[in-house]
Unconditional design. Structure first.
Length: 245
C-alpha cells in the first residue's frame, strides 16, 4: 500500500546491527503490514492481539502506534507479544529445571522491556524467531551455568548427599581451625559471606570448591581466563576474612 506519491506507508527499518548489517523485513511481512494498516486501527489491533497476523506485524503495530493514554486494545497486543515470545522460549529452555526456566523467562522479559522502551526491536520485525532465539539462548547459557554451580543458601548438602549438613559444617570448621563451633553459627556465617558475593564469585567458588575443578577447567566453563578465576577466588577469600574480622 502506498500514499498518493507512490511511497510505501510502512515505516522502514533504520537500525543497524553491531555487525553493520541493516535489518530488512521479508517482502511478505511488508505486504501484510501494509494490508493491516489499511484497516481501521481498532481492527488491526484486534487481529494482531488474536494472533491473526505475523509476529513481525504485531511488533510493528506495538512500535509505531504507542498510545498517549491507557488503551486496553494496545495492552492486549503487548500481552500477545510476550505470550508468543514465551512460547518461543519454552522449546529452548525445556531441558532446564522449572525454577530456572522461570528465571530465564524473567531475564528475557526484562531485556525486551528495555528494547521496547528504547524502540530497538528491528531484529524482531526482520525475524521474530531470530530475535527470540538470541535472547533465550543467552538466558539459557546463564541458567545452565547456575544449574551446575548454584549453592543453596538454606542447606549445605543436597537431599541425596552421602554426608549430612552437620558433617560438612564440621569439616569446614576443622579446616578453619574451629572444630566444635556450633552448626548454627557456621551456617549463619557461611550464608552471610555468600550474601556478599557477586554472581561471578559464587560461580567461581562453585567450580573450584564444590565441583573440585582446576582453575583452567573453571575458566573454560565460565568463558574467561584462569587469571580472572583466581582473582574471583581471592576476592571471595578477602570478603570472608573481612566478615570474620
Amino acid at each position: 500500500m502506498a500514499d498518493e506519491r507512490g511511497n510505501s506507508i510502512v515505516q522502514p527499518l533504520a537500525k543497524v546491527s553491531k555487525k553493520q548489517k541493516v535489518y530488512k523485513r521479508p517482502p511478505a511481512v511488508e505486504e501484510e503490514i501494509a494490508a493491516t494498516l489499511a484497516l481501521p486501527l481498532y481492527d488491526a489491533f484486534r487481529l494482531a492481539a488474536l494472533g491473526r497476523t505475523r509476529p513481525q506485524t504485531l511488533v510493528y503495530l506495538i512500535r509505531n502506534f504507542r498510545p498517549n493514554r491507557p488503551s486496553p486494545q494496545y495492552d492486549a497486543m503487548v500481552v500477545a507479544f510476550f505470550s508468543r515470545l514465551e512460547r518461543s522460549g519454552d522449546r529452548i529452555l525445556r531441558d532446564l529445571p522449572e525454577n530456572f526456566r522461570e528465571r530465564a523467562h524473567t531475564i528475557v522479559q526484562s531485556k525486551v522491556f528495555e528494547l521496547i522502551h528504547e524502540n530497538d526491536l528491528d531484529i524482531f520485525e526482520c525475524s521474530f524467531k531470530l530475535g527470540a532465539e538470541r535472547l533465550y539462548l543467552t538466558a539459557r547459557s546463564k541458567m545452565k551455568l547456575r544449574v551446575a554451580t548454584e549453592i543453596s543458601r538454606e542447606d549445605l548438602a543436597p537431599p541425596d548427599a552421602e554426608v549430612s549438613t552437620e558433617e560438612i559444617a564440621d569439616a569446614l570448621a576443622a579446616r578453619a581451625g574451629r572444630a566444635g563451633t556450633p552448626l548454627a553459627e557456621i551456617k549463619a556465617e557461611l550464608q552471610s559471606i555468600y550474601a556478599l558475593l557477586t554472581d561471578e564469585e559464587r560461580i567461581a567458588v562453585g567450580h573450584i570448591h564444590v565441583m573440585g575443578l582446576t582453575y583452567a577447567e573453571a575458566a573454560a566453563a565460565m568463558g574467561c581466563s584462569d587469571t580472572k578465576v583466581k582473582y574471583l577466588i581471592k576476592r571471595t577469600r578477602d570478603k570472608a576474612r573481612e566478615t570474620r574480622a
